[in-house]
Ligand binder design. Structure first.
Ligand code: SAM
Ligand code: SF4
Length: 329
């Protein structure tokens, strides 16, 4: 098992397949993009599948989520999903994506064994989308979402980040739209993980702001801690249900005590937390010919050192060097 000194067990693995992206969301990346990882530094498809295999068969990982950067940009994605879904015991598989290109690949991903997708969409207004992501691709995301639903990658979840002065008035509209289309909406508080270090605690839209805004149009009933389990999102029934809305309040209501995550970057570094300032190099172990047992031992040791919490509201908080797009959100 991947257990830490606080007794938390990591069963949910987030794998970043690339640090590259075809959008430039203002809360994530600068307009000019970033210095991308060099190809030889990236794990190959075989290396990724081997590491996930060790996590699933020897370390108790039950869920594998592919992310990035933009994971749909990874040429071998469908093959990786297929090989991971064939592992025994079969892990749950999901993908976090900006949805661009999903229209073409949703069916192939489903056939390869992908269970679910989370698509990021912050606004229903094409002009605001263009400002927020610096690309004119709103319709592509909407098309990707419908394709995911039609392919049965359900429940299709939608992730939205609200930014002050841009889309912070859209929470009720986004929820009405999600309910109408059968998507499960989750708002994510903006976190200090942008490459530009532009995050400001004072300016951010909090879970409290989001809920107050939603309550102007909807009745929200809390689902409670039992239904939440180790999920980062607190959830509410919308107008008595069955539709739900979630809020991931990493800053104002952190959920570190129940965290069950472990993360692997596209260049083979284990991170125990999005906000960790330390990483453990599994790629070096892999490429030096270490057997599976040795890699599992290194991964366990890294997990043992996991910190109690991210401490975002702590004045001593230091933003990690890697931005969200290079960690895997
Ligand atoms: N490119 C894919 C996407 O956008 O879904 C996957 C990677 S992205 C880093 C994963 C999630 O992180 C997205 O839902 C995105 O909105 C969110 N995200 C990125 N930067 C963030 C930040 N600074 N604060 C909160 N969420 C952020
Ligand atoms: Fe790309 Fe996702 Fe970051 Fe937006 S949030 S720039 S889509 S990695």
């Amino acid at each position: 098992m991947l257990i830490d000194t606080y007794g938390r067990v990591a069963t949910d693995l987030r794998v970043s397949l690339t640090d590259r992206c075809n959008l430039r969301c203002t809360y994530c990346m600068p307009e000019e993009g970033l210095q991308w990882l060099a190809k030889p530094d990236l794990l190959t498809d075989d290396e990724i599948v081997r590491l996930i295999g060790i996590a699933v068969t020897s370390l108790g990982v039950e869920e594998v989520r592919f992310t990035g950067g933009e994971p749909l940009l990874r040429p071998g994605l469908v093959g990786i999903v297929e090989r991971v879904a064939a592992l025994e015991p079969r892990p749950q598989t999901s993908l976090t994506t900006n949805g661009i290109g999903l229209r073409r690949t949703a069916r192939a991903l489903k056939e390869a064994g992908l269970d679910r997708v989370n698509v990021s969409l912050d606004t229903l207004r094409p002009g605001v989308f263009k400002t927020l992501t610096r690309r004119d691709r709103h319709q592509d995301v909407l098309d990707g979402l419908s394709a995911a639903r039609e392919a049965g990658l359900t429940p299709v979840k939608v992730n939205s980040v609200l930014m002050p002065g841009l889309n912070d008035d859209e929470a009720p509209d986004l929820l009405a739209w999600a309910v109408e289309h059968g998507y499960e909406l989750r708002f994510i508080e903006q976190m200090p993980l942008d490459a530009q270090h532009g995050w400001k605690r004072d300016g951010m839209i909090t879970a409290g702001d989001i809920l107050a805004s939603l309550r102007t149009r909807f009745e929200l009933t809390p689902e409670g801690d039992e239904a939440r389990g180790s999920a980062p999102a607190e959830r509410w029934l919308v107008d008595g249900g069955p539709h739900r809305v979630g809020v991931i309040a990493s800053v104002t209501r952190p959920f570190c005590r129940a965290c069950d995550r472990t993360r692997l970057t596209a260049d083979g570094q284990v991170r125990t937390c999005l906000f960790a300032t330390e990483e453990t190099d599994l790629r070096a172990a892999l490429r030096s010919g270490a057997p599976d047992e040795e890699i599992a031992r290194v991964w366990k040791l890294a997990t043992w050192g996991k910190k109690a919490g991210a401490g975002l509201d702590d004045p001593s908080f230091v933003q990690p060097d890697r931005p969200m797009s290079a960690i895997g959100g």
